[in-house]
Design a protein around this ligand. Structure first.
Ligand SMILES: [Zn+2]
Length: 194
């Protein structure tokens, strides 16, 4: 369980920002964890803004929607740089599906945190081949806190860190994921990998 930084720290005009990364495979509850932290920040009366890449059009245009339908209002943006312009005077910036952003997201996260904002980024850490999904590795390196959440292997019931693609497509970004992927543990992922 992740414990938030002291609220007092964020009331201080000289507050320090920070970067938090929530990573994991598909179906691991990344978005639920992002929403949990953002809702708690709202309860603390902090100003929260949420963004997601406009490529993610699986569900509703303006909501960050997780697989279990918990949702929160968000702004779809085309480029990482747009977040700098749109985040204004908020205290906390949440960004979902970070792996779909361009490389600029790394400097954007740095700039926001250096301005004193708490930046929470959620995304897939590995692609369907089990390789690091840029720009997540860089964000994990510059973050103060990294939380890896796990799904349950749909083959054996163990903890799962991999996203197994059921179809033969080699396309990296393939949406409409619910039917196309399974969460898998290491053993079950590499046993069936094509
Ligand atoms: Zn397994």
């Amino acid at each position: 369980m992740f414990f938030e930084p002291s609220i007092e720290r964020h009331k201080n005009p000289e507050r320090k920002g920070q970067i938090e990364v929530i990573c994991g495979s598909m179906f691991s509850g990344k978005t639920e964890e992002l929403i949990r932290r953002l809702n708690r920040a709202k309860i603390a009366r902090q100003k929260v803004e949420i963004f997601k890449p406009s490529v993610d059009k699986r569900y509703h245009e303006e909501d960050v929607v997780s697989h279990n339908e918990t949702s929160i209002r968000s702004t779809p943006v085309n480029f990482a740089d747009d977040i700098l312009l749109l985040s204004g005077d908020c205290d906390v910036v949440g960004i979902d599906e970070v792996q779909f952003f361009d490389e600029q997201i790394v400097s954007v996260a740095q700039k926001l945190a250096n301005k004193g904002k708490r930046v929470i980024l959620a995304g897939l850490d590995m692609d369907f081949e089990g390789m690091p999904f840029e720009p997540m590795p860089k964000l994990m390196a510059i973050a103060e806190y990294v939380t890896k959440v796990h799904a349950i292997c749909m083959k054996c019931g163990d903890l799962a860190a991999f996203s197994f693609r059921l179809s033969d497509s080699k396309q990296k970004v393939m949406l409409g994921e619910k039917d196309a992927y399974e969460a898998r543990c290491r053993k079950c992922f590499y046993e069936d990998k094509k």
